[in-house]
Design a protein around this ligand. Structure first.
Ligand SMILES: Cc1ncc(COP(=O)(O)O)c(C=O)c1O
Length: 487
């Protein structure tokens, strides 16, 4: 007699439904281009379809898998679509998806070595591979976090610990004021980390950028010197290599000596741009990063690994550990002195087996395959940049070091104000997005609204960018004809 109170989905059912799911994924990969890349869902659409209460009795997988198709899919914006050119375009590649499936099946929580020795050792090893691919010493210590936000938080926690060694015990109340420095273009995750670490928003100084959106070393030097003279402790300088709006690169080799002069930790945010360091010909953009105290690179952005996977590298492993490690008796183990406890290097205790998917991705594509794909994306982005440059009524607003192009429709003639043009650029972009084949996003630079095209999906081809350009021109004509400025 089977006891109904015991047991999971039986293996036979799992085989059947698992087979169907894998089949669905393969078909999705084949046909995703026919789906609108930006979801057409309106707020509340899905909630209106969902029953108010959970089912009292279990339901057959056929029922909920059908609901997945009919109810969930329409509310999906397809990040894995070749027409996805918004934010930073990404790929959850086939080998990465397989890694996710196996990690879910094993359901490992890799907080300590003994809670799955392979999870710890594979992570230690595979981040070493990644370091090598990026031109960093293969011995660089790295740890996988969920996102760059968590990686930068951990890095800045270490920086805080370096600046205020009693902070663990006493907090910041009795310490003098501390400052973190990042450019005006640095990602909001840095500001969030500064808030969460108790410095307050006032604890972050946003350093002005030059005409190419790079942190100005002279302004950094001035701000740090002034602060130090007032008794403010410089805690960290965050240099971004590949900013979110334009992928600009802060001049790290100029910033490093300034930060060092004031004893500040140097953290490099290469969440997106760091992936480009796989190309030896682009390593000049990353000069000096091996001297930084910490670096974040997200394989889930431009290294074909499904969300989530962010690697925090640090040359200051011990400081990071001292800043965040807390080991209660129930987490002690015999082998703790001779193994790595990955829980010691971040905020969460529990940690997914993310190294598996990264390992699969690196093994499937190989170093050469990854270099070729990144180089191809850069080629596509730069070719698109040239289209913009050659068009009389468009301006490219920032350099294109990688595969992201930022531009704006700005006709030489016409009675439009800057604000009208902001509105019109947004409308042009929204109109392209509404067509369904492409998804673009926008940003604001030097007070003006700009459109961004970012290439990062493995299936994106030149034809998608040609379509993008054609649709933009068509929508310009329509918006121009229909636009009337706000009174
Ligand atoms: C430069 C940069 N840093 C950090 C982040 C935050 O990434 P995550 O979503 O992994 O926290 C982003 C996101 O786009 C980014 O562009």
């Amino acid at each position: 007699m089977t006891d109904p109170r015991v047991g999971d989905m039986d293996p036979e059912s799992f085989r059947r439904w698992g087979g169907e799911v894998v089949e669905w994924i393969a078909e999705y990969m084949e046909s995703r281009e026919s789906l609108p890349v930006l979801s057409r869902s309106r707020p509340g659409d899905l909630r209106a379809l969902l029953p108010e209460h959970p089912p009292e009795e279990g339901e057959d997988p056929s029922v909920w898998l059908e609901d997945f198709r009919s109810q969930i899919l329409p509310g999906i914006t397809h990040w894995n679509h070749p027409g996805f050119l918004a934010y930073f375009a990404i790929s959850g590649s086939g080998p990465g998806v397989l890694g996710e499936m196996l990690a879910a099946a094993l359901n490992v929580n890799g907080m300590l070595w003994r809670t799955s020795p392979a999870a710890t050792e594979l992570e230690e090893h595979v981040v070493g591979w990644l370091a090598e691919l990026l031109g960093l010493p293969a011995s660089t210590f790295g740890v996988i976090q969920d996102t760059a936000s968590s990686s930068s938080f951990a890095a800045l926690a270490a920086a805080r610990h370096q600046a205020f060694p009693r902070v663990r015990e006493e907090g910041l109340a009795g310490a003098g004021p501390g400052r973190i420095y990042a450019s005006e273009e640095a990602h909001s995750s840095i500001e969030k980390a500064v808030i969460a670490l108790g410095f307050g928003q006032a604890g972050l100084t946003r350093i002005p950028v030059d005409a190419q959106f790079r942190m100005r070393p002279d302004a950094l030097a001035e701000a740090m010197a002034e602060d130090e003279a007032r008794g403010v402790r410089p805690v960290a300088v965050v240099a971004t290599l590949g900013t979110t709006s334009t992928t600009s690169l802060d001049p790290l080799t100029d910033l490093l000596p300034i930060a060092r002069r004031h004893g500040a930790w140097v953290h490099v945010d290469g969440a997106y741009g760091g992936a480009a360091a796989v190309l030896p010909e682009l390593r000049h953009h990353f000069a000096g990063w091996d001297e930084a105290d910490s670096i974040v690179v997200n394989p889930h952005k431009w290294l074909f690994t499904p969300v989530d996977c962010s690697v925090l590298f640090t040359r200051r492993r011990e400081v990071l550990r001292e800043s965040l490690s807390l080991v209660p008796e129930y987490l002690r183990s015999r082998e703790e002195d001779v193994t790595t406890s990955l829980m010691d290097y971040g905020l969460p205790l529990g940690r997914r087996f993310r190294a598996l998917k990264l390992w699969f991705v690196l093994r499937y594509f190989g170093a050469r395959g990854i270099r070729e794909r990144i180089a191809h994306h850069i080629e596509l982005g730069q070719r698109f940049g040239r289209l913009v440059d050659d068009a009389p009524d468009w301006v490219r607003v920032a350099p294109v070091p990688f595969s992201t192009v930022v531009f704006r429709w700005k006709p030489g003639e016409g009675e439009w104000s800057g604000q009208d043009l902001d509105q019109m650029n947004l409308r042009i972009m929204e109109a392209v997005n509404a067509r369904g084949q492409l998804f673009l996003s926008h940003t604001r630079l030097a007070g003006r609204t700009c459109i961004r095209v970012s290439v990062g999906n493995l299936e994106t081809r030149w034809s998608h960018l040609e379509t993008c350009w054609t649709q933009l021109q068509e929508e310009v004509a329509r918006v121009e004809a229909e636009f009337s400025p706000a009174p």
